[in-house]
Design a binder for this molecule. Structure first.
Ligand SMILES: Cc1ncc(COP(=O)(O)O)c(C=O)c1O
Length: 405
């Protein structure tokens, strides 16, 4: 039976905050949130309190930031792509002052920028966000997906007018191919992962995600909660985790919550890079064939790696059945708790928490993380049912059951 594996952050930069402060300076989440708030129809996503689940797992409080309802796009990803395109256009026009959204979509701005084709590789959600943002601004988009990307995810990207190309390989191959083709075709890459010489846009993307933390802290204050004691974030290339955890570290430094990163064991590039122990990020080889499609990434984003080696306390690698269990836990709430639609990559942290709290084999991890009846735990439901066919297979038909010894 595949098991949960974990490793402490042994990187020499752990608990230093230089990169966190550099990439998430004071005021960055306000700036990104002000931009997002201007988008027509934009609303704060709910911070749902799962009181009964908290009692069941054995912690004081459990909250889930529910990104499944973000702008009808079913995931948080649009926050990064839209903010990065905004910063890109400002830079291209050489404008220091902030644009209003109305100015941004105006014919005058379009006349100055000319026609732009934004391009990206994706395992689904990021491409959808970039295609959405490009279409709102009257620009074109080209999105490369890998061969295992499901048809509903491809259809969702196409629905915003993007040209979608399926690359014969995995997510990392799609990233490589788009970087070559973009150069040849004059497309502007809006990638959520970075590589040597390409960091500015991925940094803007991570900064765009900090809107989530700004909203969470406002929602916590309305409930009289200062901040969580523990934050669990799921990772693909690590940009989301770096943004949430790095922003908390930049704000709170040593008072930050305990920060935990969760990855699929079939694509555990951050976990295995820490395990390698030479301080460098490494490729996780193979097909990356996990049901957690949004987390199926073999290469950590180098800038996310730099943040996470400072900010994360622990890296956890988990089998696919945990994602499926988490989806069912959200979809069948305990009496009194709200219902949450959570997809494969969104749900995995909830079941991971449950196993850490209840499985005697994980008692050392529970103790290390100091998870107990005083803990206030924050999770991010990063997506809804972005693949409705697989969602039903898991939630209705019980696909990927938890194996019993
Ligand atoms: C639903 C979902 N959750 C989490 C992630 C992880 O984000 P990152 O690749 O920045 O680690 C992704 C990435 O695509 C995603 O789609």
């Amino acid at each position: 039976m595949d098991k949960i594996k974990w490793i402490d952050n042994t990187h020499p930069n752990h608990n230093k905050f230089d990169k966190c402060r550099e990439l998430f300076p004071k005021g960055i989440s306000r700036h990104s949130r002000e931009f997002h708030d201007e988008i027509p129809g934009f609303e704060i996503s709910p911070l749902k309190s799962l009181n009964q689940m908290a009692k069941y797992v054995g912690v004081k409080g459990l909250w889930v930031k529910d990104e499944s309802v973000r702008l009808d796009l079913n995931s948080f990803k649009v926050l990064g792509g839209s903010y990065a395109i905004y910063r890109f256009l400002k830079k291209r026009l050489g404008v220091e002052k902030d644009f209003t959204y109305e100015e941004l979509i105006s014919p005058q701005v379009k006349e100055k920028t000319g026609d732009i084709t934004f391009a990206t590789a994706t395992d689904g959600n990021h491409g959808r966000g970039v295609a959405w943002a490009a279409s709102k601004l009257g620009h074109k988009s080209v999105v490369y997906v890998h061969k295992a990307t499901s048809q509903p995810r491809i259809d969702a990207i196409r629905s915003y007018g993007a040209t979608v190309k399926v690359v014969n390989g995995n997510y990392d191959d799609a990233v490589n191919q788009i970087s070559i083709d973009a150069k040849a075709n004059g497309w502007e890459i809006i990638s959520d992962t970075s590589w040597p010489g390409y960091q500015e846009i991925p940094t803007w993307i991570m900064q765009g995600y900090t809107t989530i933390v700004s909203e969470i802290q406002e929602q916590f204050s309305a409930q009289g909660v200062l901040w969580p004691s523990h934050v669990f974030v799921q990772a693909g290339v690590g940009a989301l985790a770096a943004s949430i955890l790095g922003h908390y570290r930049s704000l709170l430094e040593e008072n930050s919550p305990t920060c935990v990163v969760v990855e699929p064991d079939k694509a555990a590039c951050l976990y295995s890079s820490i395990k390698t122990g030479d301080g460098q990020p490494h490729n996780f080889p193979g097909d990356l064939d996990t049901i957690m499609a949004g987390l199926a990434c073999g290469d950590p984003s180098p800038i996310a790696w730099d943040v996470l080696t400072e900010a994360a306390d622990c890296f956890i690698s988990v089998p696919d059945y945990l994602a499926a269990e988490g989806m069912r836990m959200y979809a069948v709430p305990l009496k009194g708790d709200p219902f949450v639609v959570s997809g494969e990559s969104g749900a995995v942290t909830l079941s991971t928490l449950k196993h850490i709290m209840h499985d005697p084999e994980l008692s050392e991890l529970k103790e290390k993380l100091q998870l107990d009846e005083k803990s206030k735990v924050l999770l991010i439901n990063s997506e809804g049912n972005t693949d409705p066919i697989n969602f039903r297979k898991v939630v209705w038909e019980g696909s990927k059951p938890v194996p019993h010894r």
